[in-house]
Design a protein around this ligand. Structure first.
Ligand code: PNS
Length: 162
């Protein structure tokens, strides 16, 4: 059976924690779709196309093995994207109990909508404190974000924001 999973998120920008989850997801299913979704609850830093490009370049830079598609989705429910591509799983990275609290209602609603299951993936604890919102804040105030993001992202943010 061809198992397809979707790893969704804002990825604004992609962090080392995201990359760790993408790599782990790619090691357990046949194909992973990394889907950049606009989250209306967050103030965006980067355009969606830029986020997609940075994820693609970060995956190449890290030489993550597996069948990985990077794309974006903006025309409706995430579960509709899953149905369109035949994905039966959503995979979400969980850093702490806060993430469990945030993700659990979405996981249940998504399952109620179409039956898609959500797997909570535990990333390397080394990335537990890393979030895109902290990266956005540090980068926009001129700080060094290279410990938290792929090199291609650190270079892009440095050139774009300074
Ligand atoms: O990285 P984020 O911002 O925590 O990702 C949240 C995201 C984009 C995955 C979530 O908001 C989402 O799934 N949005 C798509 C719209 C949708 O399907 N909403 C219903 C989910 S219950």
């Amino acid at each position: 059976m061809n198992k397809i999973a979707v790893v969704p998120g804002s990825f604004d920008p992609v962090t080392l924690g995201h990359l760790d989850v993408i790599a782990r997801a790619a090691s357990i299913v046949d194909q992973v779709h990394v889907v950049v979704v606009h989250n209306p609850g967050k103030t965006a830093l980067l355009p969606i196309a830029q986020r997609v490009s940075l994820i693609e370049r970060a995956i190449a830079e890290a030489k993550i093995p597996g069948n990985i598609v990077v794309t974006s989705w903006s025309v409706g429910l995430l579960v509709d994207y899953c149905t369109d591509v035949g994905a039966t799983l959503l995979i979400k990275g969980i850093r702490s109990q806060v993430d469990v609290t945030y993700e659990t209602p979405m996981a249940i609603v998504n399952r109620n909508l179409t039956g898609v299951e959500t797997i909570f993936m535990l990333p390397d604890p080394a990335h537990a404190h890393v979030s895109s919102s902290l990266v956005r804040q540090v980068a926009s105030l001129g700080g060094d974000v290279s410990p938290y993001v792929p090199a291609v992202v650190a270079e892009f943010l440095q050139s774009a924001l300074t």
